[in-house]
Design a protein around this ligand. Structure first.
Ligand SMILES: [Zn+2]
Length: 312
């Protein structure tokens, strides 16, 4: 948007600082028609172009400016008193909007530090299943109720960290984290019911990525049986989402988790985590059957899964 001052000779030029202030107070928008994205001018309300006090300056678009200064024939133009009223009411409205936005930002900041605290409490008591369940449920409800991109991002970041930490030891935490990662996506019950845009897809892939981290560390170090059951079940659930929505990236990410998990069950050439190996082998065979049931496509994905079995 360009600004230009009303033409007038022998004027004292409007200081840039005052111009900026007036434009800011008015959201760079005409105070009369209040239409956004129009070119605007700064108008001297009393007609004296040397009187550069903020109270005498109004932001007005080119259309409205001709109605303020131009001859209107029989129609009346906007008088200085009228323009002052428009200016005052518009500036008040802009200020009110800014106040609301600021309080929302402050509220989000408070919420984010609360989410951080909840994740810290979970990490500090990884064996207190009852409390972890409560806290994860609160976090999940926050996602449903206040799931702005900033809040969701914070929740995913926390779950990703929990996935890594909980994969390292046997605790109720690992299974619950796997379940929550799936719960963040379980509303994707099919494209005819719920759409999936680029942002949604990104979230599904982030959840799968965290689930993959959890699976890998659980197979490598934690060796939790309950966690293994939950992880395998939810990898299958994600795979189904990928098939319903025909999303190659989701299906590929799920297959990748099988490959990584099976690999991590080995210590050298020997199977080190037999329970995990058995569960993930069975689960990946079920995934293979799911892919085979589909009418078309997925040949490359089936081959990848087959290759993973034959390695075992
Ligand atoms: Zn206007």
């Amino acid at each position: 948007m360009k600004t230009r001052e009303s033409s007038n000779s022998r004027r004292i030029p409007l200081p840039k600082k005052i111009e900026n202030e007036v434009l800011f107070l008015n959201l760079h928008t005409c105070c009369i028609c209040r239409e956004r994205n129009k070119d605007v001018q700064i108008h001297h309300i009393d007609g004296n172009s040397s009187s550069n006090t903020i109270s005498n300056l109004a932001v007005i678009c080119l259309d409205c400016h001709s109605r303020v200064t131009g001859k209107r024939g029989l129609g009346r133009s906007y008088g200085p008193g009228e323009v002052r009223k428009y200016k005052a009411s518009w500036e008040k409205q802009v200020l009110a909007t800014r106040r609301t936005n600021r309080s929302i930002v402050r509220y989000q900041k408070e919420l984010i530090s609360q989410i951080d605290l909840m994740f810290c409490e979970i990490l500090a008591s990884p064996r207190n299943g009852k409390r972890i369940k409560e806290l994860l449920e609160i976090i999940y409800q926050l996602h449903l109720w206040r799931g702005s991109p900033t809040i969701n991002n914070k929740i995913l970041e926390g779950l990703d960290h929990l996935a890594l930490m909980s994969g390292l030891f046997v605790s109720p935490l690992a299974g619950m984290v796997a379940e929550k990662l799936y719960q963040l996506c379980w509303h994707f019950i099919g494209p005819h019911e719920v759409g999936m845009d680029t942002k949604d897809l990104k979230m599904v892939l982030r959840c799968l990525d965290a689930l993959g981290t959890l699976a890998r560390f659980n197979c490598m170090i934690g060796h939790g049986h309950k966690a293994t059951d939950e992880i395998a079940a939810h990898v299958e659930n994600f795979l189904k989402i990928g098939l319903w929505y025909s999303k190659l990236s989701i299906v590929n990410a799920a297959i990748h988790i099988y490959g990584q998990s099976l690999k991590e069950c080995y210590e050298g050439k020997k199977i080190d985590f037999a329970y995990g190996h058995r569960k993930f082998s069975l689960s990946s065979r079920r995934a293979f059957r799911l892919l085979s049931k589909e009418k078309s496509g997925w040949q490359a994905q089936r081959r990848r899964l087959q290759l993973q079995f034959s390695k075992d």
